[in-house]
Ligand binder design. Structure first.
Ligand SMILES: [Zn+2]
Ligand SMILES: [Zn+2]
Length: 382
């Protein structure tokens, strides 16, 4: 008991505030309720708002791409194409969709691994695969790193599926196109050599190399390709080139319907992400505002109760014919005669003597703030 009183005295000294003449012991649980948003809440609010903005701009961008794809003019490669283009203003279709087969213009690239495999785009990639020890999850995670990549291209054109039609469309800057999914023509895995000493070394360093993954990917002659871009007639040569700013250039082995479906799915994914993070940002903001509101309401209530209490005290002083100056600052605020001698918990007010506490009507409430008194701690001043 002695220890607990000593402890309360210590805390009371630390956090006792001279509250316009009313001593108040502020319990720890109430010290953080300043109503201001915490750092964590600010971080969550800022991050979720920033992510919402980023995801929304990606979503808008993708949605624009899909709508421009839907509006793009579908053009078929046939004998009339040159005439159609020469009659079009500017001899150009700003955004056109063409489907055709890959035809070489002069040279072709030969696969370095497969015989009789000819193409127009060839990409060689060396990837290092290794297992890395994650110190947080205590698991080996597989990681990949591209250590070398080389892409070769030769000029090529798209022709009609019908061999008899000689009209072709030259593809300009194919590597600038999105969705250029090449066909894997060769793939090999070279595992790293393992010996007991290297294995021990790997466990110490936390990195365990698995090996080198070598791939060759190609766009082969004869592949069906869909191209979306600007179609121009330039000196008797029909060219498909990257479109004007704001439109995406596509070259893909998918057909147009699959390309459109894939883009639509991606729009949906970004929309969902935007909504999820937007809801998180809004609810954090609402929570912070609600906390500020309840805190300001609470402090308004406390102020009005204090006013009311002071009014009662003035009336009591009139009854007793006492002057304010003759009151001791530590006298009980109820009887105004004895010394204050107890702490009311959980509110923490030190405002009454033990006798006045006994005299409070049940259920006992703090005379200052009307909080229910759950516990009373005697106050010993020395
Ligand atoms: Zn009293
Ligand atoms: Zn109180």
């Amino acid at each position: 008991m002695l220890l607990s009183v000593y402890f309360h005295e210590e805390v009371a000294l630390d956090s006792c505030r001279q509250d316009e003449g009313l001593h108040r012991y502020i319990p720890f649980s109430r010290m953080d309720s300043s109503g201001k948003p915490s750092t964590a809440q600010i971080v969550v609010l800022a991050t979720s708002s920033a992510l919402t903005a980023i995801f929304y701009s990606i979503y808008k961008n993708r949605a624009k791409t899909v709508s421009s794809l839907q509006e793009a003019k579908k053009v078929s490669i046939d004998q009339d194409l040159k005439n159609i283009l020469s009659e079009t203003p500017g001899r150009c279709i700003p955004y056109a969709v063409i489907e055709g087969v890959v035809r070489s213009v002069k040279d072709t690239l030969s696969s370095q691994f497969v015989e009789n495999c000819k193409g127009v785009v060839e990409r060689l990639t060396l990837k290092e695969e290794k297992m890395v020890w994650n110190r947080t999850t205590h698991l080996w995670n597989s990681t990949e790193k591209v250590i070398h990549q080389r892409t070769n291209t030769v000029p090529f054109a798209l022709g009609s599926h019908d061999e008899d039609i000689s009209t072709t469309v030259r593809v300009i800057r194919p590597l600038d196109a999105a969705e250029l999914n090449l066909e894997t023509t060769y793939e090999n895995f070279h595992p790293s050599a393992k010996s007991l000493s290297t294995v021990i070394g790997h466990f110490i360093s936390g990195e365990r190399p698995k090996g080198i993954h070598e791939t060759e990917e190609m766009l082969r002659v004869g592949d069906s390709v869909t191209g979306v871009g600007e179609l121009v007639l330039d000196n008797n040569l029909i060219k498909l080139q990257p479109p004007k700013a704001g439109l995406s250039y596509f070259l893909t082995r998918m057909d147009f319907e699959s390309l459109l479906r894939k883009q639509t799915t991606s729009v949906r994914v970004w929309r969902i992400l935007t909504v999820v993070f937007g809801v998180a940002a809004c609810s954090t903001l609402l929570f912070v505002l609600w906390r500020l509101y309840t805190h300001s309401r609470q402090s308004r209530k406390e102020r009005s109760m204090l006013e009311e209490f002071k009014e009662q005290q003035r009336r009591r002083m009139c009854e007793l014919n006492l002057e304010e100056s003759s009151l001791s600052p530590s006298s009980c605020t109820v009887c105004l005669s004895r010394e204050r001698s107890c702490v009311f918990l959980e509110c923490g007010h030190v405002c009454a003597c033990a006798q006045c506490y006994e005299g409070l009507t049940e259920p006992k409430k703090c005379p200052i703030c009307r909080a229910p008194i759950e516990r009373v701690v005697p106050l010993y001043t020395s």
